[in-house]
Design a binder for this molecule. Structure first.
Ligand code: ADP
Length: 179
């Protein structure tokens, strides 16, 4: 499923983020940047040990912020590591922090001329964010960013599993009628 926004493309696919041959993949990391499960584990396994060695020099990453490394053995040139919020009850600033994780990642891509990006569904695995709410925040944040940043040519959400993919498709159809 695709939606054209201001010359850029927002695309949803079901698949594995480590297979994406784009300028940068976004990693749903934890604040230590020293590896974890889910997307983080998959990215570190595919990129090889140099990625962990580089991450160890970065001093971690606060929730809502983002840091850049090379992609090493990944088909992607670079990895943007960001940290989404752990979901408690929705009353602890989770929505704002999740939006900020996407914004920080996109801003880092703009700064470094990384025009084609692949993103996972941040915070909806171990961090427990309810999927539909997270999809709404993720997609509306990316739509707003693309509307004002023509330097980003492609944002591809890579959803793991049919539930995530179906939920993101439903939310995108609401946000971009006619897609
Ligand atoms: P978080 O800690 O931010 O919740 P996770 O990595 O646990 O991050 O999960 C985030 C989302 O990414 C979940 O929906 C999970 O199913 C999905 N996911 C897990 N592995 C992959 C992968 N290899 N590619 C794309 N998405 C993945």
């Amino acid at each position: 499923m695709q939606c054209a926004i201001n010359g850029g493309v927002l695309e949803l696919v079901q698949g594995n983020i480590v297979d994406q041959a784009v300028d940068a993949v976004v990693n749903a990391a934890n604040p230590s940047l020293l590896g974890g499960g889910g997307v983080d584990g998959a990215i570190h396994r595919a990129a090889g040990p140099q990625l962990l060695a580089k991450c160890a020099t970065l001093g971690g990453c606060r929730t809502g912020e983002a840091k850049l490394t090379p992609g090493y053995r990944l088909p992607a040139r670079a990895v943007i590591h960001t940290v989404g919020p752990v979901y408690k009850d929705g009353q602890h600033g989770e929505a704002e922090l999740l939006a900020r994780a996407y914004q920080s990642s996109l801003a880092l891509a703009s700064q470094h001329g990384l025009a084609r990006l692949a993103l996972p569904s941040i915070s909806t695995g171990v961090y427990g964010y309810p999927l539909a709410e997270a999809a709404h925040i993720a997609l509306s944040t990316v739509v707003s960013y693309l509307q004002t940043h023509p330097e980003i040519a492609l944002v591809r959400f890579v959803l793991w599993g049919s539930d995530s993919f179906a939920t993101y498709c439903r939310v995108l159809a609401e946000l971009c009628p006619g897609t």
